[in-house]
Write a protein that binds this ligand. Structure first.
Ligand SMILES: [Zn+2]
Length: 415
């Protein structure tokens, strides 16, 4: 084994750099971010790259082409984590790319493009409540208003960048030139059970799901739990319960393209055991790799909820407050990845990504592609139980290396 065991050892090293002893929590612009980034810089240099922190705290490693005017291919993923995270989410996409460069460099092989490996400082958004800050900057979607966002201690993003030694005024300059970037590719642990259940080490991602979030309020009439006869009630919670099941049923019937979740539901004020609930608020989260199907589901689910509300005599307020379009992976890059998977003797499985990734933001400036790696333990992620085997890390790295050596920037794919 050439790469797999090293990558897992490096993931252990990074996993031990944490804000909370005993579990992995590493957030943006903290001393732990600096320490993890410094390790990554050292590994990048050892692999034959130039590497440094950029003004936002991303680590950027470069393996330059001989021709200074050659196009750019970027890969990478995030080095921050959620609270009490797994060790491979994000980190794997950085380490696998460093392993590829180390292999190329040892053979004295340069690529027909300059290869950048980026360890994004923030993807999860734990500290400042804005996700994908690193890739938003490189993709040109960093809103200067983010700089005023504050963490739990009242420190603004602007101050935190300065304290880290970065430069908030230089963020606009981090946007990569779309004319130069031939592709952005990201390797990532699947964070779900599809590859595991099918006995496959890797899969080629078709699209990253878009999402809609809706704030729903159901208003009935509060009343005494003992005196209001059952047929006369306008129970907001019973109506909401029926709506929650309608969301589930609608998405279950279209489970190949749609996910729907009610993850938050409350009776304002907390409710009381002897009071018929007069008010309920809940949120709906709808996701799909296909925007038209998501938008169709949004209309259909609202209509179902309105029917339930009318039948039960309650009022419905339906307020979508967040929309994110799906990011499609470039078909020619998918085909290139599929060929590289087949070259390792593995069956080719295409699958969508239900979770968001840095590649979504990079899709603004370049054709994107993603490789998923099997996630053990039932596919659990964002959790210390997240696992990956050295064999799968090895296979995925061989796939990426094959991809990089066969990718022709003169025909980078459509965008
Ligand atoms: Zn991730």
């Amino acid at each position: 084994m050439r790469y797999g065991s090293t990558i897992l050892e490096q993931a252990e090293v990074l996993g031990a750099i944490t804000e909370e002893p005993g579990r992995v929590t590493r957030t943006f612009l903290t001393p732990q971010h600096r320490e993890a980034g410094s390790r990554i810089i050292a590994w990048m240099r050892d692999a034959g790259m130039e590497a440094a922190f950029d003004p936002l705290g991303n680590v950027v490693g470069r393996y330059a082409a001989e021709n200074p005017d050659a196009p750019l291919v970027i890969t990478g993923s995030h080095m921050d984590s959620v609270v009490n995270a797994g060790k491979y989410d994000g980190v794997f996409g950085i380490l696998t790319a460093i392993a590829c460069v180390k292999d190329l460099h040892a053979r004295g092989k340069r690529l027909p493009y300059t290869f950048e490996v980026v360890a994004f400082g923030d993807e999860e958004g734990v500290r400042f409540g804005v996700t994908l800050i690193g890739s938003k900057a490189l993709g040109g979607n960093f809103d200067p208003a983010f700089l005023d966002k504050k963490d739990a201690n009242g420190i603004s993003l602007r101050e935190a960048i300065r304290n880290f030694g970065g430069d908030p005024d230089a963020i606009a300059s981090l946007k990569r030139d779309p004319r130069k970037v031939a592709a952005f590719v990201e390797s990532h642990i699947e964070q779900g059970p599809v590859l595991l259940n099918e006995g496959l080490p890797v899969g080629v991602v078709t699209s990253i799901a878009g999402g809609t979030r809706v704030r729903v309020r159901v208003t009935g009439t509060a009343g005494h739990a003992g005196t209001v006869p059952m047929p006369a009630r306008r129970d907001a919670l019973a109506a909401a319960a029926e709506m929650v099941l309608a969301v589930e049923r609608h998405c279950l019937e279209r489970a190949d393209t749609l996910c729907g979740t009610v993850g938050k539901l409350a009776i304002p004020g907390g409710g009381a055991i002897n009071v018929i609930p007069g008010d309920v608020e809940f949120n709906v989260d709808l996701r799909s790799g296909d925007d038209s199907r998501r938008l169709a589901a949004l209309v259909a689910v609202e209509a179902e909820c309105a029917t339930i509300a009318a039948r039960r005599g309650v009022e419905l307020s339906w307020e979508p407050f967040f929309h994110l379009s799906a990011a499609l992976c470039d078909t020619r890059l998918q085909a290139r990845f599929a060929a590289s998977v087949a070259a390792q003797g593995c069956p080719v499985r295409h699958l969508p990504s239900g979770a968001g990734h840095d590649a979504m933001e990079m899709a603004r400036i370049a054709p994107i592609a993603m490789l998923f790696v099997r996630c053990g333990n039932g596919g659990i992620s964002h959790n210390p139980l997240e696992t990956m085997t050295a064999e799968d890390a090895e296979t995925a790295t061989s796939v990426l290396l094959h991809f990089l050596e066969h990718f022709d920037p003169a025909s980078p794919g459509t965008h």
